[in-house]
Design a protein. Structure first.
Length: 188
């Protein structure tokens, strides 16, 4: 039996979303912003999108340098991550929270303690209402070697978080099936 549907109106309920820390140099200092509206948007060339509220300080650095980073924190970094979402770089210096490193683009600060880092060059910006949508070309992806199994990223070892519509952090659940495989056994 199918459950009865309840009309919810037009709200932002399409979550959970990955928890990320977006990095950019602002006034020559690394700054990080917690963001959950982030997604891969293209395969060749590899591209990612982030949607940032227009008041965010980090936007200045992305525009100044034409680069940014997407860092995926582990659940052990929930306090630091949440801090970066609560406090603006306009009022607190977030450059000392993390040990950062730079890759081939030289201006996108990445967080060494995050298991996954994506170094991006700015492709385009779209004004979409209350937010700006930033599209970035992924220049390089860095993954902690202990988070790789059989040559690919290991979700359990990365230990990422997701954010839900009530503003709560959750862990990623259990493995249930392989993509492009489970459907082969479905018989309509």
């Amino acid at each position: 039996m199918t459950a009865k549907k309840v009309a919810m109106g037009t709200k932002i309920l399409f979550l959970p979303s990955p928890v990320t820390l977006i990095g950019a140099n602002v006034n020559e200092k690394p700054n990080y912003l917690a963001a959950a509206w982030c997604n891969i948007v293209n395969n060749i060339p590899p591209m990612i999108s982030i949607s940032l509220y227009r008041i965010r300080y980090t936007r200045t650095g992305i525009k100044e340098n034409g680069t940014f980073s997407v860092n995926i924190p582990s659940s052990k970094q929930v306090k630091e991550t949440d801090y970066c979402g609560i406090f603006s770089g306009r009022s607190v210096d977030k450059s000392k929270i993390f040990d950062c490193f730079y890759g081939k683009l030289k201006t996108a600060p990445m967080i060494r303690s995050c298991p996954v880092n994506m170094e991006c060059s700015l492709h385009s910006i779209y004004n979409i209402g209350t937010h700006d949508l930033y599209i970035g070309d992924i220049a390089e992806i860095y993954i902690d070697e202990n988070c790789i199994s059989d040559g690919i990223p290991d979700m359990k070892r990365i230990d990422p978080m997701v954010c839900t519509w009530k503003g709560n952090y959750w862990l990623v659940g259990e493995f249930i099936a392989k993509t492009f495989d489970a459907g082969k056994r479905y018989k309509p």
